[in-house]
Write a protein that binds this ligand. Structure first.
Ligand code: PHE
Length: 344
């Protein structure tokens, strides 16, 4: 092969090795790469010399050019790695992080007091062996009323002002339908709690059209009013602390017999009642109802009575939150004003 051509190739190679190694930073190194290996760089130019070579030398020359190219590319990436590392180290050594610098942190969210109370109730009841159930918000009339021994057109329906979805469906007015779903789908003995939203056409300082309830149901072979009182008293003490009083008042619910209402002493006036708008000057706040499950309900759900007996209770979660935290108006809960929510 003509010496001049080979010499030229060698000169390019040596020039590139020298330049790559003397590059001071990655930009300079890159410029050298373009100069030697780029589209119109020295090696591409050298390829053009091939045209003047005799036919039989062309393949050899092509091979030589490719070898030089591969060698230079390897060298380039080695030097590039070395330089990049040096640059990173240099940057890190003079760039100091001020860890004491305070930045504006984004506003933090808060667990809603209703969920906090719900979780606490669920955890207390789970210690007594109760497990959680849920049910649909839109219920068949059958589950919300009929199977709970509230027949169509019965005056007991007036106890719960109802939002009707259509002729046979309502927004559930209480969590008691969860009792029926559980009785239909599970085998006793049962200890379940159900929680969630309920709806009634009602709204004032102590009533909301959409509020939350917790339902409890125990079904076993021998269940008495004493078991019910023991369970609720334990639960109320665990939840509110020993300083709050509870009382049971005889009452009526179509799905329990006998029935009682559960009251707690008012946290605002400490049970005195003087000038207290929360407890309407009675010193007591009702938290819900309870009773022994009416045999009629077992009949609807096809559970054998008196082999199986039970008690049930249903409490308003907002009511319980009000008593626990001393909130003066139930309507604060759905407003979601962070100034209110952040206090919990
Ligand atoms: N479901 C009743 C209500 O919302 C409360 C209740 C539940 C009463 C269970 C007795 C037993 O008023």
């Amino acid at each position: 092969m003509e010496n001049t051509v080979q010499n030229k190739l060698n000169a390019i190679k040596e020039g590139a090795i020298r330049d790559f190694n003397k590059a001071q930073d990655s930009t300079e190194l890159y410029n050298f790469k373009v100069q030697y290996l780029g589209k119109s760089g020295a090696l591409t130019e050298a390829m053009k010399l091939m045209a003047n070579l005799p036919k039989e030398e062309k393949p050899l020359f092509g091979k030589l050019v490719n070898e030089v190219k591969a060698e230079l590319e390897t060298l380039y990436s080695e030097v590039e790695n070395k330089i990049k590392n040096q640059e990173i180290n240099a940057q890190m050594s003079h760039q100091k992080l001020d860890l004491s610098f305070s930045v504006a942190s984004p506003a933090k969210g808060n667990e809603h007091p209703i969920f906090r109370v719900t979780n606490e109730i669920v955890s207390i009841m789970s210690r007594l062996g109760y497990s959680l159930r849920t049910g649909p918000l839109i219920e068949k009339d059958y589950y919300n009323f009929e199977a709970l021994n509230i027949p169509p057109n019965h005056p007991a329906r007036d106890m719960q002002d109802t939002f009707f979805v259509d002729d046979t469906h309502v927004l559930r007015t209480h969590t008691s339908p969860i009792q029926i779903h559980s009785l239909e789908n599970e085998k006793p003995p049962l200890r379940i709690i159900g929680t969630g939203s309920v709806f009634r056409c009602d709204s004032d300082i102590s009533h909301l059209p959409n509020f939350h309830q917790i339902e409890g149901m125990c079904v076993d072979e021998k269940v008495s009013m004493a078991d019910l009182k023991g369970t609720i008293s334990f639960f109320v003490k665990e939840f509110f602390g020993p300083q709050l009083q509870t009382r049971f008042r005889p009452s009526f619910f179509p799905f329990t017999e006998p029935s009682a209402e559960v009251d707690c002493s008012c946290p605002i006036c400490k049970g005195k009642g003087t000038n207290c708008s929360l407890c309407k000057q009675t010193g007591w706040i009702e938290i819900g109802g309870c009773g022994l499950i009416n045999p009629k309900v077992f009949e609807f759900a096809k559970v054998e009575y008196p082999k199986w007996q039970g008690f049930a209770f249903g409490f308003g979660i907002e009511r319980m939150a009000i008593i626990k935290y001393g909130v003066d108006d139930i309507r604060h809960f759905p407003k979601n004003d962070v100034r209110f929510l952040n206090q919990f």
